[in-house]
Design a binder for this molecule. Structure first.
Ligand SMILES: C[S@@+](CC[C@H](N)C(=O)[O-])C[C@H]1O[C@@H](n2cnc3c(N)ncnc32)[C@H](O)[C@@H]1O
Length: 212
């Protein structure tokens, strides 16, 4: 997965150009701008900074992290201004926060998590955020005829796709499509004001951390 996204860095944002997805992407952008207005945001697995750029329109500050220097180089080249900092960090071993973050975002990361590691990832992510912080995950819904087909399911219930890059290489990538019930169950006990919005191509999970 890490190597796949390093190789894909330069062609990554093409997925945001699919014409049929533009109305929903507009809606997601509007949601992000509105939700994070004035917030100090910690972003996980920011990739090439597509959503960081949108966050930067309204957030007070953004620390955007990813494990891959290749995608961070593309993100940094966007020159998003003094309120945005890109840092290398492993989502499974996030650094102790240097300051308090009032919000967290991760886009198109949940679907790549092994189901067995979701709880551990969430504990680490939530530790970086202040009590009561707003948390948002955005990801893909499976859209028949538009999504890459599932190539196999493993013994843990994780599903995979076979993806081809411009250089002709093929990569097997874990890609899960959780149900609303699974999303709600994953944050039960840690979150309040839990909302799941299911669109045709995407879903949004939004909640506030307990403890305020
Ligand atoms: C599907 S991309 C999403 C990128 C970006 N959030 C977006 O929505 O455009 C997944 C990202 O996860 C990153 N990644 C993979 N493993 C990671 C890890 N252990 N910690 C942090 N980032 C990771 C990849 O480098 C890649 O940029």
């Amino acid at each position: 997965m890490v190597a796949y996204y390093a190789e894909r860095a330069r062609e990554y944002e093409r997925i945001y150009h699919k014409p049929e997805r533009q109305p929903e992407l507009q809606r997601l952008s509007g949601f992000v701008v509105e939700t994070f207005a004035g917030a100090d945001v910690f972003e996980v697995a920011c990739g090439t900074g597509y959503w960081t750029q949108i966050l930067a329109r309204s957030a007070a500050s953004v620390i955007a992290t990813d494990i891959n220097e290749e995608v961070l180089a593309v993100a940094r080249a966007k020159d998003l201004g003094p309120t945005v900092t890109f840092q290398r960090a492993d989502a499974f071993a996030l650094p102790a926060p240097e300051r308090s973050f009032s919000a967290g975002l991760s886009a198109f990361w949940w679907s790549h998590l092994p189901k067995s590691q979701i709880a551990g990832f969430l504990r680490g992510f939530h530790r970086v955020l202040a009590p009561g912080a707003r948390v948002v995950f955005i990801d893909n819904a499976y859209a028949e005829g538009s999504s890459t087909p599932i190539s196999r399911t493993d013994e843990h219930g994780d599903t995979y796709q076979l993806r081809r890059l411009d250089d002709g290489s093929t990569h097997e990538v874990r890609k899960n499509f959780p149900t609303e019930a699974e999303l709600r169950a994953a944050v039960e006990g840690m979150a309040r004001e839990v909302r799941v919005e299911s669109l045709r191509y995407y879903w949004i999970l939004s909640y506030k951390l307990r403890g305020e």
